[in-house]
Design a protein around this ligand. Structure first.
Ligand code: UDP
Length: 162
């Protein structure tokens, strides 16, 4: 069964980032995590898992009826994924920019998809597309006790207090 939960209300924003099975197979996990760390975002949850078809059809409920969905399901369940929750102001929109458009062939160099992919069906990474979507996806992939609220030592050097 699929569990839903929402993060405790905090001032800042969260997003779900996943390294898809091709990213894991191609040993890109470290490089992808590095980009989010480098930007200054805070990691508050991370695990490796095998996605079930049920979880995946919930996650991709907006495309589940599309003709290409069976290929997406085969791709996304073909091996383990790394799922992560990243925190930071505007992290949803910023992550989408870092990830680039769905089709790597259209993605700019410098984006994750632009640097590591060229085919829509092997696009290496997932990033939530809205704050509401992020809350929903985080609730699908994570239990509440898997998310940590911790104080990062560089906070004053990445965010100006006002
Ligand atoms: N996808 C695909 N073919 C398509 C469109 C999408 O294989 O024509 C896959 C691709 O892995 C994509 C995922 O389905 O990342 C979800 O599609 P969406 O439009 O939500 O793109 P995203 O938000 O991941 O950029």
């Amino acid at each position: 069964s699929i569990r839903r939960l929402s993060l405790p209300v905090r001032a800042t924003e969260h997003t779900l980032i996943a390294v898809k099975p091709d990213g894991v197979q191609r040993r890109l996990v470290g490089q992808i995590i590095h980009r989010f760390e480098q930007r200054g975002f805070k990691l508050v949850g991370l695990k490796m898992m095998q996605a079930s078809e049920d979880l995946l059809s919930e996650h991709y409920r907006e495309i589940v009826k599309k003709p290409f969905y069976p290929l997406v399901r085969a791709y996304m369940t073909a091996g383990p994924v790394i799922v992560m929750v990243w925190e930071g102001s505007n992290v949803v929109q910023s992550s989408r920019k870092m990830v680039g458009p769905t089709n790597g062939a259209e993605a700019q160099a410098g984006t994750i998809r632009g640097d590591f992919s060229f085919h829509v069906g092997r696009n290496v990474v997932h990033a939530s597309d809205s704050t509401e979507g992020a809350q929903r996806e985080i609730g699908l992939w994570f239990q509440e006790n898997e998310l940590l609220n911790w104080e990062s030592c560089d906070q004053d050097w990445t965010i100006e207090a006002n």
